[in-house]
Design a protein around this ligand. Structure first.
Ligand code: UD1
Ligand code: CA
Length: 457
């Protein structure tokens, strides 16, 4: 939007005990991405040049997530709030970052995964228009527990926490979402004046509204959608947010040209990419890291993660693509097949009941039903190389490391333990022996034995 510089301070020092989890609250995922990752993404999309993440004492897991997860190339700075003394105190933990002198300072909560970047841009626009503080308000169905926005003549005079509200103030339905934008030059002086003389004995960020007003600064509130204000406190709310997020993502996919026959049964991850004219049938799950080109068909009940599928390929029904599966143009992975760390080259077919792991399947190769790459010996993983246009007969086991050359033919039921050269025919099974009339002889003998036993008893 503007040429104003911006810092986003993300508060994530909550204990989150209501999640009943060993995992810190903000690391629970929506669409396969940690909640705090969604907040970082929203802040970046709203033009934040810097990200300051405030974590609680001992929140090593949050720290290590943030250190490994950069957001559009931006690495967040991590600050520790040693004691949880309130939201203003938490923002001050990032004092060093604020003191660098950004034009805008956004304060957001790490447990608001549906935060809309447009809402943050809106708040920044208020600062550009001259406000010292812009607060995002919303109208929840039930305002209990939220800070109430006290307005007069288009100015926001105060935010009153529920516990400090009079009966009349409790009737106010316009509430604090928690998102606030503060002009950088005023941020630290305002925060420094916050005290803890209130019902909870905490340093409230919301107090800067009254302080700014006392100094004659302009404070405004603008209304945000309820989703941007949605803080997650337990797993039921987590699931509700997931549902909202999935609905948004399905719509985005369909509007970009992807056909979803039963959209409500398809689940995406934050980074799922699908090209136009791909059809996704019902009950398909996309874990993180999936990239699908255009014109692909994904049949029902398939499960994909960290996999790439190129144009014209057909997947499923009931296929599982695991990390490192690369399915090239017009290749086919059929029902009850699992592919892991393997490249299936153009036009190759793995139509039924196979496991292809740590392998390359050459272009146009045909893998018979029930073929298994035996990639693991209990200690290490080994590679199987199948050449172009090779034919692997049904129910074959390829014991890796092993290669089958281009155009080679492996007889059905083979256990292949030695490399097969190109264009060779390999049998890896016992020869069939057939004895004329012996079935009849056997039947007669067994029947006679049984009759003899019966007459004895
Ligand atoms: C806060 C707001 C309230 C608003 C509500 C919206 C204040 C004083 N109140 O209330 O007006 O309606 O959010 O959900 O800001 N945090 C820290 N360190 C702390 C305290 C909090 O990092 O010492 C973080 C929490 O992890 C959380 C956020 O700040 O992400 C909000 O804290 P919380 O205690 O949930 O505030 P509320 O009482 O819900
Ligand atoms: Ca809260």
């Amino acid at each position: 939007m503007t040429n104003r510089t911006c810092l986003a301070v993300i508060l994530a020092a909550g204990e989150g005990t209501r999640m009943k989890s060993a995992l810190p609250k903000v690391l629970h995922k929506i669409g396969g991405l940690e909640m705090v990752g969604h907040v970082m993404a929203a802040a970046s999309a709203a033009g934040a040049d810097g990200l300051a993440l405030v974590v609680g004492n001992g929140a090593e897991q949050v720290r290590s997530f943030a250190e490994t997860h950069s957001q559009s190339g931006k690495q967040p700075d991590i600050y520790v709030q040693e004691q949880r003394l309130g939201t203003a105190h938490a923002v001050l933990a990032a004092q060093e970052a604020i003191a660098r002198g950004y034009d805008d300072v956004l304060v957001v909560f790490g447990d608001h995964p549906l935060l809309d970047p447009a809402v943050l841009l809106n708040a920044r626009a208020k600062l550009a228009e001259g406000a010292a503080v812009a607060v995002l308000g919303f109208r929840p169905q039930d305002p209990t527990g939220y800070g109430r926005l006290i307005e007069k003549d288009g100015r926001l005079l105060a935010i009153r926490e529920e516990k400090d509200c009079s009966e009349r103030e409790k009737q106010i339905t316009f509430c604090n979402s928690g998102v606030m934008a503060v002009a950088g030059q005023h941020a630290l002086p305002l925060l420094d004046q916050v005290g803890n003389d209130n019902a909870k004995g905490e340093f409230y960020l919301t107090d800067i509204v009254e302080i700014a007003n006392r100094q004659g600064l302009l404070v405004v509130a603008s209304e945000a959608g309820i989703e941007s204000a949605l803080g997650i406190n337990n797993r039921a709310e987590l699931a509700e947010a997931e549902a909202v997020w999935q609905r948004r993502k399905r719509r985005e996919m369909m509007l970009s040209g992807v056909t979803l026959i039963a959209p409500e049964t398809v689940f995406f991850s934050h980074d799922t990419q699908i090209g136009p004219d791909t059809v996704v049938e019902p009950n398909v799950w996309f874990g993180p890291g999936v990239k699908i080109a255009s014109g692909v068909r994904i049949h029902a009940f398939s499960h994909l993660e960290e996999a790439a599928v190129e144009t014209g390929a057909v997947i499923g029904p009931f296929a599982r693509l695991r990390p490192g599966a690369s399915i090239m143009e017009k290749a086919k992975i059929g029902n009850f097949c699992e592919v892991k760390n393997a490249r299936v080259e153009p036009g190759a077919k793995v139509p039924h009941l196979s496991y292809i792991g740590d392998a390359t399947v050459g272009a146009g190769a045909n893998i018979g039903a029930g073929t298994i790459t035996c990639n693991y010996d209990g200690f290490g993983k080994h590679h199987t190389e199948i050449g172009a246009a090779a034919f692997i007969g049904t129910n074959s086991s390829l014991v890796a490391p092993v290669s089958v050359g281009a155009g080679a033919y492996v007889a059905s039921g083979s256990v292949v333990t030695e490399n097969v050269p190109a264009d060779a025919l390999a049998f890896g099974r016992a020869r069939q022996a057939t004895y004329e009339g012996r079935a009849r002889d056997l039947r007669e003998r067994l029947a006679a034995e049984k009759a003899a036993k019966r007459s004895e008893g």
